[in-house]
Design a protein around this ligand. Structure first.
Ligand code: NAD
Ligand code: HSO
Ligand code: ZN
Length: 796
């Protein structure tokens, strides 16, 4: 790293306002979490040949490691911390890209770079000057000079090569008389802070006062002809050619060969091909270097013609050099295979007589923490599987979609979409009874979500006389609804996602669901699609479906927001695209494997309780079901365990349930208050209250996706037909997210109307605060209006 001071930019605003003050610094630290990936790329582009480091103050989580890996891969030089952090081996981040900095070298108070740099410099010279090496931006040493504190201040102020002349004993502005000026690009400081390096752009004939070319070390003009010189000569020819095109009549000089390369169609391409072939065929060292020089000449001509500089090329080399390789998966695959084997073995060994939930007392706090830990897959592994899928769809569109569907869903399709009008065989295959059931659910979900829509009517509030503030809702234009279809077909999710979209007035609704082995989707999904006016059904699942909707393909329309639950691949892909600014696509929430928490007492019907637990356990092996009992006695616990076992044995998905129950538990606690405290900490997707007078406890709930109150309200009602939505936050995200609802499909726009009286009422406050922020144009916009209306605003 090597610099004595590092600016840390915490937010894009800090960067925007302050980077110019630090523009001569050779390194920048970025608190990357507050920046979008687009902002990060733009910053790097703005300062090629500078080092950008990711600032991470604490031990990174697995998710953060993935993000850090991706950023290092895309051009950040390293991770910097002011505290010791360790990077896990599985993250694939090399140790030599992680740096520890002393906190006192990190600056986030945005003085000028010179203000913090000067106090760190040392000199043991009697004249108190600093030795200053001068290089061009190709790291070519041009010469050695000296700097004083004053010359440094002036150099920083004017961004020029300004030094201290020992012979004249005064500040020396390089090129003031000769015209060979220097633009100061950056300043590096050596490891013991007593020598500076000025990196400059040299104008005119060169640096040395003896008029040698470029440097003070004897490289005479005619001798020195490097890559930069070649580039410059070609650049000059190009400029000359441009002049010729603009002013044909006055250009009588014969065109040079290089100029012909610019103007004669196809000539340059032909020459590059020809020279490449000769280079490939060259064998002896002389031939190889000769042919490579030829090839370089034509390649540089192409660079100049395309407006690409050598700095651009080197920046690309640097970015490529910084790219990382993920550790080879082979060892991991073997490990994963072993894990799966272990799991399968566990299942084989899982006897029917063992179907029961482990019981933990709430006094055993470590036991409770472990019992409440959700069986989440490591996101590092998931991301490394999902990222290439997303990239593939982004690059190759429909072709990738079809290949991935063949791979994961084992069906070869001709087209990845169904478009309206949908084939009639779907709806014709449905029984009248099924259509009526779907209609009831659609009706109830519509009614409940329409009431929410009405609640979101325009708000109009006069905050002060003459100041009217309004808020109104507009639908999100296009939405993509993901309907899971891996281990079970879930047409109910089509209702839960499609109906509110229709209620909110979204203009385009795309459904996505994995096709079966015959390439068909559930007829019920098509029925719902027709009812709510869906025009496109994407026949794909997993990360590939999410990517297709986020970026669009030849046949899949790009959407503004993706909603819906799904397995870990779907959830990871949704998280990924929502963070990619190039996708410009938001998501509803992380809605992963289903889960339920039931609170019951000794009076609850144990069959009901068992059935509620099992109805979510059957969703998947990664689901979790939890029962919090209030002082449950041994007799009740025995009855409950028996009900769980008997019911499980009767269910077709008992193998899934058995494996889910391994990760599930009963926590027995002392009081209702304690039960709700535990539940609020867990923040379940579904909370079922099987207590006497259950409704009187609803106000104790702080965190839950949806609540089911009383013995006759099974969770299945909410899954299908009561009217509430079943797409709900899991993993504990109910602490900060709501389930899908009508406003998930809307955005709210605020609006204001200020008249003379209003401007008089709030104008002084605006001017005062704008003054404090030093934003005079803000203040002026008000002051000027008040002035024109004849108010006294002199003191502002
Ligand atoms: N939270 C909620 O609101 C809610 C609602 C309904 C369902 N769910 C949950 O949704 C989930 C549905 O999961 P599912 O698997 O049945 O269906 P899914 O549609 O989410 O996933 C199936 C797809 O996963 C992809 N896939 C499978 N194996 C893969 C692999 N090895 N690599 C890459 N991609 C792969 C395939 O493309 C397949 O089409 C369940 O966990 C269920 O509990 C949650
Ligand atoms: N319980 C699921 C949400 O976690 C939704 C669902 C669909 N079908 C049955 N259940
Ligand atoms: Zn369910």
């Amino acid at each position: 790293m090597g610099s004595p001071v590092y600016p840390l930019f915490n937010t894009p605003q800090e960067w925007e306002c302050n980077f110019s003050k630090w523009s001569l610094s050779s390194s920048f630290l970025i608190y990357y979490k507050n920046f979008s990936s687009e902002q990060l790329t733009t910053m790097i582009k703005k300062f090629p040949r500078r080092s950008f480091y990711l600032f991470q103050s604490q031990q990174p989580s697995e998710d953060e490691l993935i993000q850090l890996f991706d950023l290092l891969h895309s051009g950040f030089s390293g991770i910097v911390s002011n505290a010791s952090i360790s990077i896990s081996i599985s993250s694939s981040i090399p140790k030599d890209r992680v740096f520890l900095l002393k906190p006192e070298t990190i600056f986030s108070s945005y003085e000028n770079y010179i203000d913090v740099l000067l106090p760190t410099l040392k000199t043991d010279r009697a004249d108190k000057l600093y030795t200053t090496v001068v290089t061009n931006n190709n790291n070519q040493a041009l010469g050695v000079c000296y700097s004083s504190i004053e010359s440094l201040k002036q150099a920083f102020k004017e961004n020029k090569g300004i030094y201290y002349s020992r012979s004249r004993n005064e500040i020396w502005v390089k090129g003031l008389t000769s015209g060979n000026t220097q633009e100061l690009e950056r300043v590096d400081v050596d490891c013991d802070a007593d020598c500076l390096k000025f990196v400059v752009k040299q104008d005119g004939d060169g640096f040395c006062h003896l008029n040698t070319r470029f440097d003070c070390f004897g490289n005479l003009k005619k001798d020195a002809f490097g890559l930069n010189d070649l580039y410059n000569v070609i650049q000059n020819r190009f400029e000359d050619e441009q002049g010729r095109l603009e002013d044909k009549e006055n250009y009588t000089v014969k065109k040079s060969y290089t100029q012909r390369l610019f103007s004669e169609k196809g000539l340059l391409d032909k020459k590059i091909l020809e020279e490449s072939k000769e280079f490939i065929e060259a064998e002896s060292t002389e031939e190889v270097s000769w042919e490579f020089a030829d090839l370089l000449y034509f390649a540089f001509t192409k660079l100049v013609k395309s407006g690409v500089t050598l700095v651009d090329v080197e920046e690309n080399l640097r970015l490529k050099h910084l790219k990382l390789t993920r550790r080879q998966g082979d060892a991991k695959v073997e490990e994963e295979k072993k894990e799966i084997k272990k799991e399968e073995k566990k299942e084989d060994q899982f006897l029917d007589s063992d179907i029961k939930l482990k019981v933990v007392s709430s006094d055993d706090s470590a036991g409770v923490v472990s019992a409440f830990t959700r069986p989440i897959q490591s996101t590092t592994n998931i991301m490394s599987l999902v990222n290439p899928i997303i990239e593939n769809v982004k690059q190759n569109g429909d072709k990738a979609l079809l290949e991935l569907t063949a791979k994961f869903d084992r069906v070869e399709l001709e087209s990845p979409i169904l478009t309206a009008p949908f084939p009639t065989h779907y709806v014709e295959s449905l029984s009248q009874e099924m259509k009526e059931s779907l209609d009831i659910s659609i009706h109830n979900v519509h009614k409940f979500h329409k009431a929410q829509y009405d609640q979101n009517a325009t708000l109009s509030v006069e905050t002060q006389p003459g100041v009217l503030c309004e808020r109104f809702a507009k639908p999100i234009n296009s939405v993509g609804c993901y309907i899971p279809g891996g281990t079970a077909v879930l047409p109910s999710t089509a209702i839960m996602l499609g109906v509110p979209a229709q209620v909110a007035g979204c203009h385009e609704i795309v459904f996505a669901t994995p096709p079966n082995k015959e390439g068909l989707v559930p007829a019920e999904v098509v029925y719902v699609a027709e009812k709510i006016g869906v025009k496109t059904i994407l026949l794909a699942g997993g990360a590939q479906a999410v990517a297709a909707m986020a970026y669009g393909t030849e046949s899949v329309p790009k959407v503004d927001k993706i909603l819906g639950p799904g397995n870990q691949f779907v959830t990871a892909a949704k998280m990924h695209v929502s963070q990619d600014t190039s996708a410009l696509c938001s998501i509803d929430m992380p809605a992963g494997p289903s889960e339920v928490l039931v609170i019951c007492d000794n009076e609850a019907d144990e069959d009901y309780v068992a059935s509620d637990l099992l109805s979510q356990a059957e969703h998947g092996v990664d689901s979790q079901v939890v029962l919090i009992g209030i002082d449950l006695n041994e007799q009740y616990l025995a009855k409950l365990q028996s009900a769980i076992k008997q019911q499980t044995l009767r269910l077709p998905r008992k193998e899934i349930i058995k494996r889910c129950l391994v990760n599930s538990c009963i926590v027995n606690c002392k009081s209702v208050e304690e039960a709700f405290k535990l539940s609020n900490d867990y923040a379940p997707e579904h909370l079922i209250l099987q207590l006497e007078n259950a409704q009187s406890y609803v106000n104790l709930v702080e965190n839950a996706g949806s609540i089911f109150v009383g013995a006759l309200t099974p969770e299945s009602c909410g899954d299908y037909s009561s009217g509430t939505n079943h797409t709900l936050p899991t993993y504990g995200f109910a602490k900060q997210y709501s389930g899908v609802n009508t406003s998930t499909y809307q955005k709210f726009i605020t609006c204001q109307y200020v008249n003379e009286e209003g401007l008089k009422n709030i104008g002084y406050s605006v001017m005062n605060i704008a003054n404090r922020e030093g934003l005079d144009a803000h203040k002026w916009a008000v002051k000027m209006r008040l002035q024109k209306m004849g108010y006294d605003v002199e003191k502002y």
